[in-house]
Design a protein around this ligand. Structure first.
Ligand SMILES: *Cc1c(COP(=O)(O)O)cnc(C)c1O
Length: 361
């Protein structure tokens, strides 16, 4: 394994080594079936077992009961930007959205194509450097739903407190922080996440929907875009992204083995403290780009004193086996993405690298 680097990319992102090794071991002959899981029918007993287990583990890890349904869909989180309003922003209703960055804006854009959208809160004026407080988020009492983006992958902010929406369904794009820290997931009526940040490979999107919402989908909605189509058939209406579902199941098992989300949260807290601690000690050198109260545990963003130093930092880090540290093109600087699967050892190595870099430059 000596040639594996520490991969700090924002997504697709690093996966647990144990999971990759299991995939490799099982790849040619899945559990004695004589074929790979990527060659198996999605109606085979082996895939059926994987699918059922992945759905059950998803609910178990999030602490949800069977009043929720877990779906594994294609199309990425970006397709959910459309499916959410197509199914839930029904005739005569208004959907509320909070704008906290690029992904939220894209979700809002799709919502507006479907129906009435109310902007419930925004940090656009502040360059998305903070998350609005619950008291700053306002929406009609009869809104179809309130949509939030729990972690802003590009800007490096994260909700640490969600608004209480009462009877209004709370819908959350959790693509970049699902299962990374404890939450009362029952607060949410619909959660979606592209798997490629915290749960598995690209190609599968997990949707967790409260079953009572399923009755809202318009009857004339196109079949593949209707949540009911997938919920009724355990995501097997058409060929699902089977390999992705299989890896997600292994990642769920890996999280469970660690002790569930509570245990993973402890590790993630220690990891982010290492880097934010260093930034706070050297605020003029590793300058955070967001308000401290809104800092993300998953994507840590900073600027160095000059763009030349940032380039040098990225190049030297890469040479030291620490890759993927370049900030998103819309923000610049450095972005450290440390999802569940980033080992503590990788963050320790990055912290030492940062200290040495500062001394030398
Ligand atoms: C990456 C990301 C998306 C887009 O996901 P795709 O699966 O590429 O469509 C949406 N929302 C957030 C918060 C993300 O981080």
């Amino acid at each position: 394994m000596s040639n594996r680097v520490f991969n700090f990319n924002a997504g697709p992102a690093t996966l647990p080594l144990e999971v990759l090794e299991k995939v490799r071991a099982e790849f040619l002959d899945y559990e004695g079936s004589g074929m790979s899981i990527i060659e198996s029918s999605h109606r085979s007993p082996q895939f059926d077992a994987i699918n059922n287990e992945a759905m059950a583990l998803g609910l178990e890890l999030l602490g949800l009961d069977d009043s929720y349904k877990v779906l594994f869909l294609g199309g990425g989180a970006s397709t959910q930007f459309a499916m959410v309003p197509l199914n839930l922003l029904t005739e005569g209703k208004t959907a509320a959205y909070v704008d906290t960055g690029s992904w939220s804006s894209k979700a809002i854009k799709e919502g507006k194509k479907v129906g009435n959208v109310h902007l419930a809160g925004s940090s656009k004026d502040q360059n998305y450097t903070r998350i609005p407080k619950p008291s700053e988020i306002n929406f009609p009492k009869d809104a179809a739903y309130l949509h939030v983006t729990s972690n802003n992958t590009i800007f490096g902010t994260q909700y640490h407190e969600f608004p209480d929406t009462g009877n209004v369904p709370l819908i959350c794009d959790m693509s970049s922080d699902i299962a990374s820290h404890q939450l009362d997931f029952k607060k949410f009526s619909l959660i979606y996440a592209g798997a490629q940040k915290n749960l598995g490979p690209a190609g599968v999107t997990i949707v967790v929907i409260k079953k009572e919402l399923l009755s809202r989908s318009p009857k004339n909605l196109l079949t593949m875009l209707n949540y009911n189509t997938h919920a009724d058939k355990d995501s097997l209406f058409n060929t699902p992204p089977a390999f992705g579902v299989y890896v997600v199941k292994l990642v769920f098992e890996w999280i469970k083995q660690q002790g569930g989300i509570a245990a993973v949260e402890k590790v993630n807290a220690a990891k982010k403290d290492m880097i934010y601690g260093l930034m706070d000690k050297n605020p003029d050198y590793f300058k955070g780009t967001v308000e401290p109260a809104s800092r993300s545990w998953m994507n840590l963003t900073m600027r160095l004193p000059s763009e030349e130093l940032e380039k040098k930092f990225i190049a030297e880090a890469k040479a030291a086996g620490l890759v993927g540290l370049k900030g998103h093109r819309s923000v610049g600087g450095i972005r450290v993405s440390m999802y569940n699967a980033m080992p503590t050892e990788g963050v320790e190595k990055l912290a030492s690298f940062m200290e040495a870099f500062k001394k030398a430059n």
